[in-house]
Design a protein around this ligand. Sequence first.
Ligand SMILES: [Cu+2]
Length: 143
Amino acid sequence: MSFLKSFLFIMVIFSFVSSNSIAETFTIEMLNKLGKERMVYSEKVISINTNDEILWKSKDKGHNVELIGMPTGAKKYKSKISKDASYKFEKPGIYLYQCTPHKAMGMIGLVVVSKDKSNLDKIKKVKVYGKSKKLLKKLLKAL
Ligand SMILES: [Cu+2]
């Protein structure tokens, strides 16, 4: 192959790879303690792309992941307590989840997929409990 041909070949491959950005997996830990906080996910808000996956590690026992708010058409999800959990985010939008045993202790998290906030009003109306109410308001305000 001539230099030009091999150059073009590399450019074609490169543009193919970059336009089909490869899905990533992000890890969030489920913890009993993080600094001064108790019963928390290691990241409360995360921004990812469509088809990325999150793996919640059961670092400390007694936690899970329960999706309580999501874009229309997204799959429901509730994981087993004290087990690692994973979910693939196939629809853009905001997702809200809680830890079932600690839902009143502020153990909630948000995932924003492909920077899409079109279901924000719907997420604002999702019922959360105890300490999670104030926290959710704060987190949504900061989005
Ligand atoms: Cu928990």
